[in-house]
Design a protein around this ligand. Structure first.
Ligand SMILES: [Zn+2]
Ligand SMILES: [Zn+2]
Length: 232
């Protein structure tokens, strides 16, 4: 069967070698995150001065995770691809995206984790959608890194509601108390790699990391497929 672009539907003459089914026009809107980035949250927007300089956000307040990195900017075709993944329209894309995320873990020399944990959805959302896109990506990342996936270590006990129009401070306040470590799970002394599809302000990732650390995690790093980039 002739492949078609996952975003605009254009017929593709051949399978692109980057693994993502995108036509050249859509592929040209996809941007890998490149250095320099903030050494903590991986934000490339304010890091002109170099890799060792923290961004304004991380200078003001340390996030609870040790480090976060993302493979792509949340723009252009990647934004549409993530939306399709979220709503189950292109399951297949989890594989190439997850592979690129695992490659990012290695190229960024992130900690080799004891366990890979996806950011959970709320139970009603999970029931409605039938699956969690972060868990799909997490499964591929875990397989590529040959580490175990624990999709049940973190649970969402409350839903902060849509976060789209809130500032970082508001998001932080709204996600507080939304996550918990599942009772009876052993997190003590472990290095956890948290997986999400989009890193926006980092509030959700920071809250999850805080909960994991409180439960005894030694280290929590975050790998996201995409991240919001100011001015992109
Ligand atoms: Zn296209
Ligand atoms: Zn930062």
């Amino acid at each position: 069967m002739t492949p078609t672009c996952r975003v605009c539907g254009t017929l593709l003459a051949e399978r692109p070698d980057h693994g993502l089914l995108l036509c050249p026009d859509c592929a040209s809107t996809v941007h890998r995150i490149s250095h320099p980035v903030c050494p903590i949250c991986g934000d490339p927007s304010h890091a002109e001065a170099g890799n060792s300089i923290r961004c304004g956000t991380c200078r003001t307040k340390d996030p609870s995770f040790d480090r976060a990195r993302a493979a792509f900017a949340y723009t252009g075709a990647m934004r549409r691809l993530i939306m399709s993944l979220k709503y189950g329209l292109c399951f297949d894309e989890a594989r190439p995206l997850g592979r690129i995320m695992a490659a990012t873990v290695i190229s960024e020399k992130m900690d080799f984790p004891d366990v890979v944990v996806p950011v959970p959805l709320t139970v009603p959302r999970m029931v409605k959608r039938g699956y969690n896109q972060a868990a799909r990506l997490g499964l591929v990342v875990a397989r590529c890194l040959r580490r175990p996936l624990d999709a049940r270590m973190l649970v969402r006990v409350r839903d902060p509601g849509p976060q789209d129009h809130h500032s970082r401070a508001e998001r932080l306040a709204r996600v507080r108390g939304c996550f918990a470590v599942k009772e009876g799970t052993s997190v003590n002394g472990k290095s956890v790699l948290l997986v999400d599809d989009v890193l926006t302000t980092g509030a959700t990732a920071s809250e999850c990391a805080g909960v994991l650390k409180k439960a005894g995690a030694r280290r929590v790093e975050v790998i996201a497929c995409t991240r919001a980039v100011t001015g992109a």
